[in-house]
Design a protein around this ligand. Structure first.
Ligand code: TYM
Length: 355
C-alpha cells in the first residue's frame, strides 16, 4: 500500500480581530508543525464573503492575518503563506465538490445551523451553506494530508473526508484509466484514491478556548463583550485586566486534571496556561494544584504577556509595511498556484473535461 506524501494545510478567515482561541487552536500549532513538515498556510479571503458580503477593509484584514502568521514564527520562504483568492483552483475545485457533496451533508453542519439559525432562507447566502465544500477544496487542491484546527472545525474536516471518499469512489474507473491516484487503505478497505483522507490535528490542551466571561461558550470574534476574549492586538495592560476579570469559581485549583470536571472556567484557564507554556494540564496542576486564583491569575498574566507581547509588536511592525506583506503573499500565491494547477489538470482529466 502506498501513502500520500505528508503535507500540512490550514487557513484562517480575515474577519475581525484574531484572538487567543485562533492563536492556541490554530496558529501556534502551525508554527510547531513547520519544523518537520511541508506546510501551506492560507488566508481564506473567499470564505470571508459567506457570512458578510461587503467588507470595509478586506485587504487590510487579509494582511493582518498574514502578519499574524509571520509574527508568530511561520517562515514564508520555507513554507507557503498566501491568500486564497490568488489561486483560482480553490473556486474551481469547490464547484466540482458542490456537485459531489449532497445538500443534506451541508444542512447538517452545526456551524451552518448556528450562523443561519433564526434567519429565513432569503437572508442566508448560498455560499454559507456551501462553505464546507470550499473548505474541502482548499485542502484537497494540494492533496494535503494533515490539517491543524480548533475543535470547532472537526465536523467540516469529517465532511472533507466524505467528499474525498465519494470523489474517489464515483470516479475510480477514470482515476485508473488516466493513470492517477494510489492504492491506500481506508479502514480495512483497499481503495484506489486520488484524494487523501485528511487527518485533523486538534489535540493539545486548548482545542477549544472558551470565553473568559462564560466557560460554557467558545471564545469568539463575534461575542459582543470584548472582555470575553484576549485579542492578539491587546496590550499588556488590557490582557492583565481581562484575565483579572475572568470568571472563576470560589475553589482553589485541584491537583489533578480530573478535578477540573464540572468547572469550565477553571478548566479553561488551566488549558490556556498549558497551551501557552507547551505543557499538559497535569504539569500545570503539579505546579499550581491547591493554589487560589489570586496566585494563579497573576502567573497566567505574566505568561500570556510574555508570549503575546512580542507577537503583537511584530504584527504592528509588519502591518505598517504593506509592500513587504504583499510581496510575501504574491510569492506564496505563485508557488501555491503551481502546485494547484498540477492537481487541477489531473482533476479535469479524471472528470473528462476537454482540453
Ligand atoms: P476561523 O477563521 O473561524 O478560525 C481560524 C482557526 O481558529 C480556530 N479557533 C479556535 N480554536 C480554539 N478555540 C477557539 N475558541 C477558537 N476559535 C477559532 C478554528 O478552529 C480555526 O482552526 N473554516 C475555517 C477556515 C478554513 C480552513 C480551511 C481551515 C477555511 N478553509 C481549510 C483549515 C483548512 C474557519 O472559519 O476558521
Amino acid at each position: 500500500m502506498a501513502e500520500f506524501q505528508k503535507l500540512v494545510f490550514s487557513g484562517v478567515q480575515p474577519t475581525g480581530n484574531l484572538h487567543l482561541g485562533n492563536y492556541l487552536g490554530a496558529i501556534r500549532k502551525f508554527v510547531a508543525l513547520q519544523k518537520d513538515n511541508d506546510c501551506i498556510y492560507c488566508v481564506v479571503d473567499e470564505h470571508a464573503l459567506t457570512a458578510q458580503l461587503v467588507h470595509e477593509d478586506l485587504r487590510g484584514q487579509t494582511r493582518a492575518i498574514a502578519a499574524a502568521y509571520i509574527a508568530s514564527g511561520i517562515d514564508p520562504k520555507k513554507h507557503i503563506v498566501f491568500n486564497q483568492s490568488a489561486v483560482a483552483g480553490h473556486a474551481e475545485l469547490a464547484w466540482i465538490f458542490n456537485c459531489v457533496a449532497r445538500i443534506g451533508w451541508m444542512e447538517r453542519m452545526t456551524q451552518f445551523k448556528d450562523k443561519a439559525g433564526g434567519k429565513n432562507a432569503e437572508q442566508v447566502s448560498l455560499g454559507l451553506l456551501a462553505y464546507p465544500s470550499l473548505m474541502a477544496a482548499d485542502i484537497l487542491l494540494y492533496r494535503a494530508t494533515h490539517v491543524p484546527v480548533g475543535d470547532d472545525q472537526k465536523q467540516h474536516l469529517e465532511l472533507t473526508r466524505d467528499i474525498a471518499q465519494k470523489f474517489n469512489i464515483d470516479f475510480s474507473a477514470n482515476i485508473r484509466k488516466e493513470g492517477y491516484g494510489i492504492d491506500i487503505k481506508v479502514g480495512d478497505e483497499p481503495v484506489h484514491a486520488y484524494f487523501p483522507m485528511v487527518e485533523p490535528l486538534i489535540d493539545g490542551p486548548a482545542p477549544r478556548v472558551m470565553s473568559l466571561r462564560d466557560g460554557t461558550k467558545k471564545m469568539s470574534k463575534s461575542d459582543p463583550s470584548d472582555l470575553s476574549r484576549i485579542n492578539l492586538m491587546d496590550d499588556a495592560e488590557t490582557i492583565s485586566k481581562k484575565i483579572r476579570k475572568a470568571k472563576t469559581d470560589p475553589d482553589g485549583l485541584p491537583s489533578e486534571p480530573e478535578g477540573l470536571k464540572g468547572r469550565p472556567e477553571a478548566d479553561n484557564l488551566v488549558g490556556i496556561y498549558a497551551a501557552l507554556s507547551d505543557k499538559t494540564k497535569a504539569d500545570v496542576l503539579a505546579d499550581y494544584g491547591g493554589q487560589q486564583f489570586s496566585v494563579f491569575k497573576p502567573a497566567l498574566i505574566e505568561l500570556a504577556v510574555s508570549v503575546l507581547a512580542p507577537i503583537t509588536e511584530e504584527m504592528r511592525r509588519l502591518t505598517g509595511d504593506t509592500s513587504h506583506i504583499d510581496a510575501i503573499l504574491r510569492d506564496g500565491g505563485e508557488r501555491a498556484n503551481a502546485r494547484a494547477e498540477k492537481t487541477m489538470k489531473e482533476v479535469r482529466d479524471i472528470i473528462g473535461f476537454l482540453r
